[in-house]
Design a protein around this ligand. Structure first.
Ligand SMILES: NC(=O)c1ccc[n+]([C@@H]2O[C@H](COP(=O)([O-])OP(=O)(O)OC[C@H]3O[C@@H](n4cnc5c(N)ncnc54)[C@H](O)[C@@H]3O)[C@@H](O)[C@H]2O)c1
Length: 260
């Protein structure tokens, strides 16, 4: 799909990748942009830049997603729904249940709830596109963050399921899976870019949010399912699929280097 003259909704759009998507869609000629974020001030600032509509909502709830979609539908049919808001919490199985639940709600259920609200009108029209932001962590794994890796795998699975189930109904589905991107998530305020914990991310090459927006516009234009701003991820995915033992051994070596 081309974004020109379209109505697009972007979640987590007050900062980072979501804000870059909104700015890029505006530059591409989007007609109406709905900028949703739990941080109302950030959403309003981005919406003001592009003449869009800000929605302050907690998208880790069904009510927040419904309110966002209803606001958008009052402006016109939704052409492009971008479920992008997400969080990353560190830790393994020892992470608190609350952290696991928070991760599940925003990284997975937010996609379920937004699509649940937006899909009926798309199906009625026989058109619409859903873009979900998962992560390369949803195709591979992420050192040090089990709740993130697990919920991002679920986000990829949901996007695949939507594509399989509704692809023939005129609904396009894309799944964005970047590695490191220079945003607050990766470098929270005051984060030291030399922090050894970020060594694996730096080794991957950190992209700017604008690079990700470029990859998204190109991927949408080709109606591509998997959007990989770091193209090398495709090779890692193939290596994991064809040699799981070898891939796991390499990941364990990476884990050991980071620990060391
Ligand atoms: N930065 C990276 O390296 C990276 C890599 C792969 C995938 N991603 C994914 O990209 C997406 C965007 O992340 P980002 O890097 O731009 O991070 P970010 O922290 O800069 O932006 C995330 C935005 O989501 C919003 N948000 C968080 N919880 C919310 C909630 N409950 N309701 C509404 N809004 C909420 C935040 O307020 C923030 O504006 C996430 O899904 C993230 O997992 C990021």
């Amino acid at each position: 799909m081309e974004v020109n003259d379209k109505l697009a909704v972007v979640t987590g759009a007050g900062n980072g990748i979501g804000a870059a998507l909104v700015r890029r869609f505006h530059a591409e000629g989007a007609r109406t942009l709905v900028v949703a974020d739990i941080d109302g001030g950030a959403a309003r600032a981005v919406a003001d830049e592009v003449g869009g509509i800000a929605v302050e909502a907690d998208l880790s709830t069904e009510a927040g997603n419904r309110e966002m979609v209803e606001t958008a539908l009052a402006l016109g049919p939704i052409d492009l729904l971008c479920c992008n808001a997400g969080i990353a919490v560190n830790g393994g199985v020892e992470a608190s249940d609350e952290d696991w639940q928070r991760s599940w709600d925003i990284n997975v259920m937010a996609h379920v709830w937004a699509v649940r609200a937006a899909l009926p009108a798309m199906l009625e029209r026989g058109e619409g596109h859903i873009l979900t932001t998962a992560s390369a962590a949803g195709l591979l794994s992420n050192i040090g963050t089990a709740p993130y890796s697990v919920t991002k795998h679920a986000a990829v699975a949901l996007a695949e399921w939507l594509s399989i189930t509704h692809g023939e109904d005129g609904i396009g589905v894309s799944c964005l899976c970047p590695q490191g991107v220079r945003t607050n998530m990766l470098f929270p305020d005051g984060a030291d870019e030399d922090d050894p914990a970020l060594a694996s991310v730096r080794a991957q090459g950190v992209l700017e949010p604008e690079d990700v927006a470029q990859a998204v516009v190109e991927g949408l234009a080709e109606d591509r399912f998997l959007i990989l701003p770091h193209p090398e991820v495709q090779g890692y995915v193939q290596a994991r699929a064809t040699d799981r033992e070898g891939w796991l051994a390499a990941m364990r070596r990476l884990q050991a280097r980071i620990r060391g």
